[in-house]
Ligand binder design. Structure first.
Ligand code: SF4
Length: 386
């Protein structure tokens, strides 16, 4: 894998990624802080129309090689909706014939037939939000599926012909011990996905899960257990033949998430739908967050971007270093420096040196990367850039 841009310029072959936000869910999980709401069939229909219109208006035939349906729960869309949106992308942009087209899916919405229909619609990668393979943990999170349903959903996607399937797991759940976490990881390895994302549960200040934890007396394991879960989970995945390529992501058979990698290699993407973010040509913007307002604005032919910002070269440099360090390959500080006209070591070397001395960060030639232990303190290291 070589994600490094050619010296001094953007990687010439880097194409746009297209992100489509689908803000509907069957129920709201008690820890979720994403931009989402309860499914409403009439609103969904108007939303799909608005999304299609936004995509058609934005595209100028530029090359793109990924389409990512994220949410929310994109698998609540009908396969015909998904097909229509993929078609809109293909007509408005020059979407590569072999583009990666991902659908985030919740296990309770899956069946072989539905998966076959999504595949026929043009989806070629499925990402299941499994979160845990232990039913008590799934219940605590307010998830609608059981561990067995998640295993069945994976089998349904394989039976439908998907050869690129990702599973998400969350660690450091309320009442979860390191042993419980290891059980989930073992079950995941038995299931055998092509790609795995491991996330730490982050409880935002007013999450309903906080109240439920207080009422039921569930606590989070100590911080050192979170570190043990992270290292233990990655160690088990290493032994099973997976290769870590980013702080939270591993894969096998070259199945990195082509779309998500764009976020870490200083790439460019366009986000469509309510609350979606875009980064292109040194500018960043965000669409209006509320679903109804987004639909109304598109219907009225008005702009949906609400927060457009031109990034300074310095901000782009910081961002490229900050996100690039998430990759196990790290960043090439010379080429990033040339791209933004800066001497990276001259500017950040003094701040980075203590982490190099501590062995959590490495520098070899022009390449700077975090060790696995360093990934545990990634936030502290990245503070150097902001
Ligand atoms: S399914 Fe996902 S997006 Fe929807 S409420 Fe649950 S965590 Fe949030």
């Amino acid at each position: 894998m070589n994600w490094e841009p050619e010296a001094g310029s953007r990687k010439l072959e880097a194409m746009l990624g297209l992100y489509l936000h689908i803000p509907f869910c069957s129920s709201i999980c008690n820890y979720c802080n994403f931009n989402r709401g309860l499914f409403d069939s009439a609103l969904k229909q108007r939303y799909v129309e608005a999304l299609e219109r936004e995509i058609r208006q934005a595209g100028r035939g530029e090359p793109a090689d990924t389409v990512y349906f994220g949410g929310g729960t994109p698998s609540l869309l009908e396969p015909a909706d998904v097909e229509r949106l993929i078609q809109a992308c293909r007509q408005a942009f020059a979407v590569a014939p072999d583009a990666e087209v991902t659908l985030e899916t919740n296990p309770e919405t899956s069946s072989v037939q539905r998966m076959e229909e999504f595949r026929a619609a043009g989806v070629n990668r499925v990402s299941f939000g499994v979160q845990s393979f232990r039913d008590p943990e799934l219940k605590r999170l307010g998830r609608l599926h059981s561990a067995n349903r998640a295993v069945a959903a994976f089998g349904e996607a394989r039976a439908a012909g998907f050869d690129n399937i990702s599973l998400d797991l969350m660690m450091w759940l309320p009442g979860q011990s390191t042993g419980h976490w290891a059980e989930s990881v073992d079950r995941l390895i038995q299931v055998g996905p092509d790609h795995v994302s491991l996330y730490l549960l982050e409880l935002y200040p007013n999450a309903p899960l906080r109240d439920e934890m207080a009422r039921a007396g569930w606590s989070l394991a100590p911080d050192e257990d979170a570190a043990e879960m992270y290292l233990g989970g990655l160690g088990a995945l290493d032994s099973a033949g997976y290769r870590q390529y980013e702080i939270s992501n591993v894969c096998r058979g070259g199945r990195e998430s082509r779309h998500n990698v764009k976020y870490w290699i200083d790439g460019e993407w366009l986000g469509f739908g309510c609350g979606a973010h875009s980064t292109r040509g040194g500018r960043r913007w965000k669409n209006v967050s509320a679903t109804g307002e987004y639909v109304d604005r598109v219907a009225a032919g008005g702009p949906v971007a609400v927060d457009v910002r031109a990034m300074t070269a310095s901000e782009q440099l910081e961002d490229a270093l900050f996100t690039g360090l998430r990759l196990t390959e790290g960043v090439n500080i010379a080429s990033v420096g040339r791209r933004y006209g800066a001497d990276v070591w001259g500017r950040f070397g003094a701040g980075l040196q203590p982490f190099l001395d501590a062995g959590v960060l490495r520098l070899a030639g022009e390449r700077l990367w975090l060790t696995r232990e360093g990934m545990l303190v990634a936030n502290e290291v990245m503070q150097v850039f902001v």
